[in-house]
Design a protein. Structure first.
Length: 113
């Protein structure tokens, strides 16, 4: 079974897409899972939720639980299923509750400032 570690992401992190800043936080978390790239999770209070619409997509991870997905809506268009959140994560990953992660894509910048 994969091992998961969650730690505070060092420094200030930002997400940009469609000309907008979607997240800006000094309180982000990094989730490391064996065999996968690290994922930065942003506290909801540091995410511009007005740009995110809940989508119909739902996924399940046996190590984290059920994920709700979001589409990013900006002036330049809608990016379908580009973010996710574990609304009620498994106890072992409870720190990611109330956090949102974004898929790293060509049109979405997730960066440490």
């Amino acid at each position: 079974m994969n091992k998961i570690a969650i730690r505070k992401a060092e420094g200030k992190w930002c997400v940009r897409a469609g000309g907008a800043i979607l997240a800006d936080s000094r309180n982000a978390l990094t989730l490391s899972e064996d065999g996968l790239a690290d994922v930065v999770y942003f506290p909801r209070k540091d995410v511009a939720m007005a740009f995110l619409d809940v989508s119909d997509r739902r996924t399940h991870c046996p190590l984290k639980g059920d994920a709700t997905h979001f589409s990013i809506v900006t002036k330049s268009g809608t990016m379908e299923n580009t973010a996710w959140s574990y609304e009620d994560p498994i106890a072992a990953v409870a720190p990611i509750k109330d956090h949102i992660a974004f898929y790293a894509r060509e049109d979405i910048a997730i960066e440490r400032l």
